[in-house]
Ligand binder design. Structure first.
Ligand code: DAH
Length: 347
């Protein structure tokens, strides 16, 4: 019984010390483990005289209950303290300004091209590709621009080998290449977006490398009104349903008649502003009916076949659509410039 009393005092004092969860666990083993102090008392019951066994057993049980209740109480307190400490250290101040994530966005030039592609594909056009390093034959001659023709001056380009191999100055050579593939037999509906080059000094509206979107349709009984209808659909898709279109007479060697295609100014709605230079109209593409010589060069009999062609400047479309006033922006890597368009896109 003295031993029980001694242990009881020991328990009282040990639990009044500063304990950690780890130490608490050690205590449990020390008192209630297999070879624990309280467990040892239980074993000694059998050596006692019978009349003392009951009383002794009761006291041992009380001692165990005392230990357990002190143990549980302290354990709960220490665990709570630990949780609070952890929560405190992991606290997030949600009122702090967040770090702005740098979100990428599709390149707007690509986006405009894809928009035109998608629309024309839905109208049955194929999207085709052509070489950027081109032969004089395709870039000029087959398009009715013979050597020495003054029209070549406006399309001065970079020559790779002699005067024959060059960087294409327009995507129109893809018209000639596509016609050769059609062998004068099959109708053609194609568009070709791609890079083009000219020996121009770079400024706000010129770039020595830029992109065009070429279109060609060849079939039977095609007239200028088909071109007008097609252009109207493209313009409305890109610039909104209230966009009006008009053709003005123009001159290209590979089309006859040739036109400049205008859209009504979407800023001033025709009243006149700086974007449309007070005319109410903005020119967006060159176009026309495919010249009989070009059909013939491509193997299509102009008595049987007719067609139209058009050529958009891709940057010009994107500049108009996104209100950009300098073509060089597309070819710079200044994120401060391009980010502005990203955000417009993301919003
Ligand atoms: N290739 C012309 C240029 O670069 C643009 C053009 C005009 C394309 C009329 C055409 C067209 O297909 O029919 O200036």
């Amino acid at each position: 019984m003295d031993k029980i009393k001694e242990l009881k005092e020991q328990i009282e004092s040990v639990f009044s010390e500063d304990l950690t969860l780890e130490k608490l666990n050690d205590l449990k083993i020390e008192y209630l483990g297999k070879k624990g102090l309280i467990t040892g008392l239980n074993a000694s019951i059998r050596d006692l005289p019978n009349e003392e066994k009951k009383e002794f057993g009761k006291n041992v049980n009380e001692l165990r209950t005392l230990f357990n209740s002190k143990y549980e109480e302290l354990k709960e307190r220490l665990e709570l303290e630990e949780t609070n400490k952890r929560l405190e250290s992991e606290k997030i101040d949600i009122t702090l300004p967040a770090t702005r994530l740098q979100v990428g966005a599709p390149n707007i030039l690509e986006k405009v091209i894809e928009e035109v592609e998608e629309l024309l594909m839905s109208m049955g056009y194929d999207v085709v590709d052509g070489p950027e390093i081109e032969e004089d034959k395709f870039n000029f001659e087959m398009l009715n621009i013979p050597k020495g023709h003054p029209a070549r001056d406006a399309q001065d380009t970079f020559y790779i080998k002699d005067e024959e191999i060059l960087l294409r100055s327009q995507t129109s050579p893809v018209q000639a290449r596509t016609m050769l593939k059609g062998e004068g037999k099959t109708p053609i509906r194609m568009i070709c977006p791609g890079k083009t080059y000219r020996r121009d000094d770079d400024d706000a509206t010129h770039s020595h490398q830029f992109m065009q979107i070429e279109g060609l349709l060849i079939d039977k009984d095609i007239s200028l009104s088909d071109l007008k209808g097609t252009f109207d659909v493209i313009a409305k898709k890109l610039f909104g349903d209230d966009c009006k279109t008009r053709f003005r007479p123009s001159y290209y060697q590979f089309t006859e008649p040739s036109v400049e295609t205008d859209i009504s100014c979407f800023v001033c709605k025709g009243k006149g502003c700086s974007l449309c230079k007070n005319t109410g109209w903005i020119t967006v593409a060159g176009a026309g009916m495919v010249h009989p010589n070009v059909l013939r060069n491509g193997g299509y009999d102009p008595e049987v076949w007719s067609g139209f062609a058009f050529g958009f400047g891709a940057e010009r479309l994107a500049m108009l659509k996104y209100g950009i006033d300098d073509i060089r922006v597309f070819y710079q890597t200044d994120l401060r410039e391009t980010k502005a368009f990203d955000r417009k896109d993301v919003d």
